[in-house]
Design a protein around this ligand. Structure first.
Ligand SMILES: *Cc1c(COP(=O)(O)O)cnc(C)c1O
Length: 365
């Protein structure tokens, strides 16, 4: 029974959900990650017992012992994906099976037990069904789903914990860019790296984000929106942003993106862009790109566009690039044609407005 395949969730509806009027007011301007739905999913794990007590219950604080292992050694992983309203009023998620697979890989890297893919998918279905009234109806809004798991065992010894808690919370979000898509400026940090070979760069774990906060603060101090990291070995090649992957568009229409060598998070948006671009006839290369190649390519016109991509913002053009010893813009610093077209294609597929050639849209309701 360990790890049970298709656990049956016990549903305990929130006895005091937010009222219709208050919810409508919250949904009018949800922002990002500020407001939450009425419910959460919890599933427990213990060594020898496997995953147990799968529940949908009222969202509430989680009691935690001060010696819970996660508070000391950061054994924690998470995922992020969205549920959207379809034109026929149904509800769908985008490639949740890919999030399930990545969650299992992150778990493996962090010496945590793997939640069965079916339980992961089922947990998302359950929270969407019970909290569907929280899905924004606006054109660009969605319900952001945050599955995560952490070491809950009460123990200060350093070894993989023997008890864990898996949860899903959900947060209605508005359009990422309230005034329409606009290019971001990025700071190439000379001081910090995000991930080294053999490290945790390919795992979606909270610790990677904690380690990136100083670098992000440095970017803001230097007047930029986001930090971009160079590789930790040669300090030459572009890895990724703190939470988004990077693409370059060459003058012949070729797309180039850094390869997955273990230091980069394997983004599902990244993978989707590679497949969509290939289908649209672009050549796609996964190879290292140095800051020097970016700088000289932007100057000569060989690199026409650059963009970052991830679930939250989908695709974001990169306008200005600033480093310790240089500053340049990509083309005119605006949104490139290929970037805009890929963004539209991807968003249209996600929202059920365009044909779904790869079977990515996973209908829930
Ligand atoms: C989540 C994440 C991404 C983007 O992944 P998506 O699956 O496209 O959302 C990129 N980089 C990092 C570091 C991430 O944590």
């Amino acid at each position: 029974m360990s790890g049970g395949d298709n656990l049956d969730f016990e549903i305990r509806p929130n006895p005091a959900p937010v009222g219709d009027a208050e919810r409508a007011a919250l949904l009018a301007n949800p922002g990002f990650g500020r407001i939450f739905t009425d419910h959460m999913v919890t599933v427990r794990y213990a060594d020898g017992k496997g995953w147990y007590e799968p529940r949908v219950e009222a969202r509430a604080p989680i009691p935690m012992d001060p010696a819970a292992a996660v508070l000391h050694y950061a054994q924690e992983i998470f995922e992020g994906l969205k549920a959207y309203t379809l034109p026929d009023s149904g509800v769908a998620m985008f490639r949740p099976d890919a999030n399930a697979a990545r969650f299992a890989e992150s778990a493996q890297r962090m010496a945590m037990p793997q939640l069965p893919v079916e339980t992961f998918l089922r947990s998302l279905h359950e929270i969407i069904k019970i909290d569907r009234q929280w899905i924004p109806q606006s054109d660009e809004g969605s319900l952001y789903l945050r599955p995560f798991a952490y070491a809950s065992e009460v123990f200060l010894g350093v070894r993989p914990a023997m008890e864990y808690l898996y949860l899903v919370i959900a947060s209605p979000v508005g359009p990422y860019f309230s005034g329409g898509v606009k290019p971001v400026s990025v700071w190439v940090t000379p001081d910090y790296t995000r991930a080294a070979p053999g490290g945790t760069g390919a795992a979606k774990c909270g610790g990677n984000y904690a380690a990136g906060l100083s670098a992000q603060a440095e970017a803001i101090e230097n007047g930029c929106d986001q930090v971009v990291y160079l590789d930790a070995v040669e300090r030459k090649y572009i890895d990724e942003l703190g939470g988004m992957n990077v693409f370059f568009v060459l003058d012949d229409g070729t797309l180039v993106t850094p390869p997955l060598t273990g230091t980069i998070l394997p983004g599902i948006t990244r993978d989707s862009v590679i497949k969509l671009a290939g289908r649209a006839g672009h050549k796609v290369e996964e190879r290292p790109v140095s800051l020097e190649e970016w700088r000289t390519g932007a100057a000569s016109g060989k690199i026409r566009e650059a963009f970052a991509c991830g679930t939250a913002a989908v695709i974001t053009p990169i306008g200005t690039v600033k480093s310790a010893d240089s500053q340049f813009t990509v083309a005119d610093g605006g949104t490139g044609e290929v970037t805009a077209a890929l963004r539209k294609q991807l968003v249209d597929i996600q929202r059920g407005r365009a044909e779904d050639p790869f079977g990515w849209v996973h209908r829930v309701i």
